[in-house]
Design a binder for this molecule. Structure first.
Ligand code: FAD
Length: 366
């Protein structure tokens, strides 16, 4: 007789959603988390009374009503709407590209005027775009490309746009309305009280051990339950026996400032190449904070090396091929289910990771 129905490795949103539903149907779970806290990448650290998104800014957005109702049944969400701005050498533009952006860029007023300018500039690229620069100009025209796309993209990839393949940018969303809402989804917001409230409530009444690396005592932990749900990196589970999957990552420099309002908005993209960081996040604005101080994080895009947080899977042929080989190994593990962004080597937004946990709930618990 095993002590638990499930040992769940990791305590991010995938694990939390599954554990919550498993508890509801009377299953006994043990959650193991190697970090000193639960919540995975949505965890917030409180500094000066402000919830600081320690692993990168997280804005919840979805068009899936089931997911929205689920998270709202756990915690109420505020009305935060993501409306980032771009700073190009001191000039401020609204994002995503919309009539506010075009009006500022060209002093025009109507969608017709904006369309005419963009159309004319796009035509400067004839034939099949040979690189990302030509692709972006073909999509959005020269002015927007040069001020708002070029430097930012070069910092993200650490390379010149002329040396990047065109397929990286398939489309650049353009809106011919005065609408600064970054997302097209029906629902968005931040949990009132921060993401830790959501996570704590999902795990309420479930046994959790932090500072435990499952892989250091794999056989023992596997012997405790009928099944293991593994949300850590799939290649790590197999001791990297086929090689290492690659990631891109972000380094954060976080500072406390002696001002109550540094930039007037949560997200500012620095779109010139010379400023070394890509964005500055001012965390208090996610929750309309009125604290006397402010906390900002500068984001630097970098290649991932061991010891850094693995953030974005590199979806090229080499890595996808390697991942498929790990999937073949995973299929032989009868009692282990791999899930979440690291277990499936896939970039998932939060709503999508909850959807994916719901699918597991359907197949496992119903
Ligand atoms: C920089 C950044 C910004 C993002 N912004 C947004 C956003 O604005 N909106 C949005 O919807 N989504 C956003 N996301 C995506 C979001 O973070 C993910 O959808 C979500 O966190 C995935 O949850 P998860 O449970 O799969 O993984 P994670 O949250 O990564 O949880 C996995 C957990 O497993 C633990 N673990 C790993 N190995 C072991 C082991 N051997 N033993 C024990 N524990 C282990 C890890 O420590 C971690 O806590 C962003 C992601 C990043 C990287």
């Amino acid at each position: 007789m095993k002590r638990y129905d499930y040992v769940i490795v990791g305590s991010g949103l995938f694990a939390a959603t599954f554990a919550y539903e498993a508890k509801k149907v009377g299953k006994k779970c043990l959650v193991l988390e190697k970090r000193p806290h639960i919540g995975g990448n949505v965890y917030c650290e409180e500094i000066e009374g402000i919830h600081v998104h320690k692993y990168g800014a997280h804005i919840f957005h979805t068009s899936n009503k089931k997911v929205w109702n689920f998270v709202n049944s756990i915690v109420e969400f505020n009305r935060y709407t993501n409306s980032p701005i771009a700073n190009y050498k001191g000039e401020i533009y609204n994002l995503p590209f919309n009539m506010n952006t075009f009006s500022k860029m060209w002093g025009i007023r109507t969608p017709e005027e904006a369309k005419a300018i963009i159309e004319k500039q796009r035509m400067s690229i004839q034939g099949e775009p040979r690189n990302l620069e030509e692709q972006a100009i073909r999509l959005i025209g020269k002015d927007i490309y040069e001020k708002l796309v070029k430097g930012y993209t070069e910092k993200q990839w650490g390379r010149d746009c002329k040396d990047l393949p065109s397929f990286i940018i398939r489309r650049l969303p353009v809106r011919y309305t005065y609408d600064n809402n970054y997302f097209n989804d029906c629902y968005q917001g931040i949990p009132i009280g921060g993401y830790n409230v959501l996570i704590d409530r999902l795990f309420e009444g479930i046994e959790i051990k932090t500072n435990i690396d499952f892989l250091e005592n794999k056989e023992y932990y596997m012997s405790l339950a009928d099944k293991v749900i593994f949300t850590g990196p799939i290649d790590a589970f197999f001791h990297y026996q086929l090689g290492k999957l690659e990631y891109r990552t972000v380094r954060f420099e976080t500072e406390v400032l002696d001002t109550d309002n540094y930039q007037g908005v949560a997200v500012v993209n620095y779109t010139d190449r010379e400023t070394p960081y890509t964005r500055i996040i001012e965390h208090k604005h996610f929750e309309f904070g009125t604290q006397p101080k402010s906390v900002i994080s500068k984001e630097y895009s970098t290649d991932w090396v061991e010891g850094m947080e693995p953030y974005y899977p590199v979806n090229d042929e080499k890595n996808q091929g390697l991942y498929q080989k790990y999937v073949e190994l995973a299929q032989k593990e009868q009692n282990v289910i791999f899930g979440g962004r690291l277990g499936e080597y896939k970039y998932y937004d939060m709503d999508k990771v909850i959807e994916s946990a719901f699918q597991l709930v359907e197949s496992e618990l119903k």
